[in-house]
Design a protein. Structure first.
Length: 89
């Protein structure tokens, strides 16, 4: 079973789009998107949880991946697919 993927995002965010594209390419079918540009309280929550102000902020299950660059680095190390519940590389 695939863990829940949650992404704090905003409208017209190219890094959010790139992160979503990679997640979809790795088999993620559902992403719980939290739009911080529409709800300032969500931005405050994101900053409290992550200590970061920028989007995207990506969680796979309870694991905080970080932003888009962090997601791509995780994938390059071969750690993304196993974290998503797929077979180890």
């Amino acid at each position: 079973m695939q863990p829940v993927v949650r992404m704090y995002t905003s409208n017209f965010c190219p890094y959010c789009a790139r992160a979503e594209q990679l997640l979809r390419a790795r088999g993620v079918t559902e992403i719980d998107k939290i739009r911080i540009d529409l709800d300032p309280e969500q931005r405050d929550e994101m900053m409290q949880i992550t200590g970061r102000r920028t989007v995207p902020q990506i969680f796979i299950g309870d694991y905080h991946v970080g932003g888009c660059d962090d997601l791509y680095a995780l994938d390059q190390r071969g750690e993304l697919v196993p974290l998503l519940g797929g077979p180890a590389a």
